[in-house]
Structure formats: C-alpha cells, structure tokens
Design a protein around this ligand. Structure first.
Ligand SMILES: Nc1nc2c(ncn2[C@@H]2O[C@H](COP(=O)(O)OP(=O)(O)O)[C@@H](O)[C@H]2O)c(=O)[nH]1
Ligand SMILES: [Mg+2]
Length: 324
C-alpha cells in the first residue's frame, strides 16, 4: 500500500512537472482502460481547469489536420504551449496518411512546447470518449495553455468526444455536401464556430451563406448574453484565415469568462456526460465479471438463465453491490 501510494505520488509529480514521458504513458494506460490509473487521475483533476480545450471536427479529408497544424504554428508564435490529441484513424499524427502529410506535421516534432498525440479509435476499453476525457485530465494537469482535440465528425461517439471541449469548431468544405445535409446530420447544434475550408473551391461562398442562414445569425443578431456563431472561410494549406479563426476561438473563451452562467451550464453538462461514461465503464466491467462466472453471483446468473429470475433482478443485485 505504501509502495502503491509512492508510485501514485511519483506519477502525479512527474505529470505536474510537465514530463511528456509520464503524460504520454498515462494516456496509453487510459487507452487500454487500465483502472489502476484512477487514483492518479483523481489527484490530477484537482490541478486542472486551466487549459483552453478546443474541439475540431468535420468529415474526413476536410482539412482538419492541416488546419490544426496551422493553429499550432499560430499559437507557438504567440508563445503558447499547445497539445494536440488526434482521434482520427486517418490522421497524419497516427501515421495513417500519405508521406507528404507526415512530413508536413513534422515541423513541430522537435518543439518541446508542442505535444502531439494520436489516440487509437479501435479496441479502446471503456469507450473512446471516456479515454479522451482521461487524456484531457492528464493534458490539463500538464499545464498546456491550449489543447486541441481533432476528431472525425460522423457519428454520435465523435460528437461525444468533441463535447469535452469548451469551444467546438465545425469544419466543412463546399465539396462535403450542402448545408441542408449538414443540418440533417444534427451537427449544427454542437458547433460554436463554423469553418468552410478549401475556401478557394467553387461554391464556398454559397456554403458560408447557407450556414449563416441555417444557424439563424440574422435572427438573433447581437442578442446580449447569446453566443454569435461565426462562419469563417479558411485555406488550411496556405494558412489563409488561420489568424481569424484563432481570434474567434479566443473570443469564445472570453465570452465564456464574461458569461459565467453559460460557462457553468456547459461545465455541468460536461460533468454529467463524464460521470455517466465513468459509471457506465465500471458497471460494464462488473457485468462482464459477473456473467463470466463470479462465484457470488453464479446462482443468480443460473436462475436468470433458467428464467426463475430476471435481468431486472440481476441488474438490481449488480447496482446494490456497487461497481468496483
Ligand atoms: N485545396 C485545398 N486542399 C486542402 C486545404 N486544406 C487541406 N487540404 C488538403 O486536403 C487533404 C486532407 O487534409 P487533412 O488535413 O488530412 O484532412 P482531415 O482528414 O480533415 O484531417 C490534404 O491533401 C490537404 O493537403 C485547402 O484549404 N485547400
Ligand atoms: Mg486528420
């Protein structure tokens, strides 16, 4: 027990001292669903709350990684320390893309004030979004000024991931379908900032107009206490529009600090989702153990299978015994 505590203290101290090795190792353990890091995460959480967490999502190939690379350069020029968590199977960060992409990303490789890490999208025990939450706890405690989470925006689980961020950037292109399709996909509600990348492409202007109309910018123009969703154009390959995007991201964080009630509501929503993910993971683990023949519940399991008992009683017993 003493040894265990010493190990926990050592890991916590290393992360707080901004050891990239210790941080990266914890993120790997989070990915593998290692419950042993829980006490470390519990302590680290108390030191967090300072990083500006930005989520960037959009369809594959929209230019997210290219834009993130530009943002990293921008923040570095401003003297900010920045971490990137790429949850994207095709991300150049994870080595899944063509060589050209990897070389382009390489420009930050030797900068100690940049931390780039990809997360596996498959086989993450306890759910990907929970692992991302754990990773963010680590990165926040490490004292990065800005943390960007890049994820491919296609399904519900990606939306869960991006909701860990306080500023959500939704990336589109004129080629990625029309605005009506995007609205139908239900992603409009989650975005704080909308970006039409590959701005040089035909139809980008129309896309901007359609997005503006859809999010009702005209209707609630200038309403006090309400976030005005900006729609921007970028050309990630040349960096055009990056500064404007960074300014809007900053405006979002200023807005949140100027509107503590909005910020608090967002934090409560995030906490609810986070606690639910953690609880679900623990319950799932326990269910797996029990149904795999835990001695204490063997009889109950046999009774349910023989229909002398039912899944409701089984779940009841599970919750009564707690999820450890
Ligand atoms: N023409 C053009 N190509 C771009 C732009 N931004 C990114 N790309 C290219 O689009 C491809 C996909 O970019 P990537 O950043 O990997 O997209 P992701 O899948 O959203 O991360 C790459 O070949 C980029 O060079 C842009 O503004 N204009
Ligand atoms: Mg990418």
């Amino acid at each position: 027990m003493v040894d265990e505590n010493a190990t926990i203290q050592r890991t916590v101290a290393a992360v707080l001292a901004r050891s990239v090795r210790a941080g990266a190792r914890l993120i790997t353990q989070a990915e593998s669903g290692d419950a042993g890091i829980r006490p470390v995460l519990q302590t680290l959480y108390r030191y967090g709350g300072h990083a500006r967490v930005v989520g960037i999502t959009g369809p594959p190939g929209a230019g997210k990684s290219t834009l993130v690379d530009q943002l990293v350069a921008h923040y570095r020029a401003m003297g900010q320390r920045i971490a990137v968590l790429a949850v994207d199977p095709s991300s150049p960060f994870s080595g899944g893309a063509v060589l050209g992409d990897r070389l382009r990303m390489g420009r930050h490789d030797t900068d100690p004030d940049v931390f780039i890490r990809s997360m596996a999208t498959r086989g993450v025990l306890g759910g990907l979004s929970k692992a991302v939450g754990d990773a963010l706890t680590v990165l926040d405690a490490m004292g990065w000024d800005v943390v960007i989470v890049e994820t491919v925006g296609v399904g519900q689980s990606e939306m869960d991931i991006v909701r860990h961020a306080s500023c959500i950037v939704l990336l589109q292109t004129a080629m990625g379908g029309d605005a009506v399709q995007i609205a139908k996909a239900g992603v409009l509600e989650v975005g704080d900032i909308f970006v039409v990348n590959k701005a040089e492409a035909e139809g980008s202007g129309r896309m901007v107009n359609a997005l503006n109309e859809m999010i009702g910018n005209r209707a609630n123009h200038g309403e006090p206490g309400k976030w005005q969703h900006p729609v921007l154009k970028t050309e990630a390959t040349t960096g055009k529009g990056t500064v404007e995007l960074a300014q809007q991201i900053e405006r979002r964080f200023v807005f949140l600090s100027d509107h503590p009630q909005v910020a608090r509501a967002q934090q409560v929503t995030q906490l609810r989702a986070r606690a639910s993910e953690i609880a679900r993971d623990r319950v799932d683990t326990r269910i797996r153990r029990l149904t795999d023949g835990d001695a204490g519940h063997a009889q109950l399991l046999a009774d349910v299978l023989a229909r002398r008992q039912d899944p409701y009683s089984f779940a009841e017993a599970l919750l009564r015994d707690g999820g450890s």
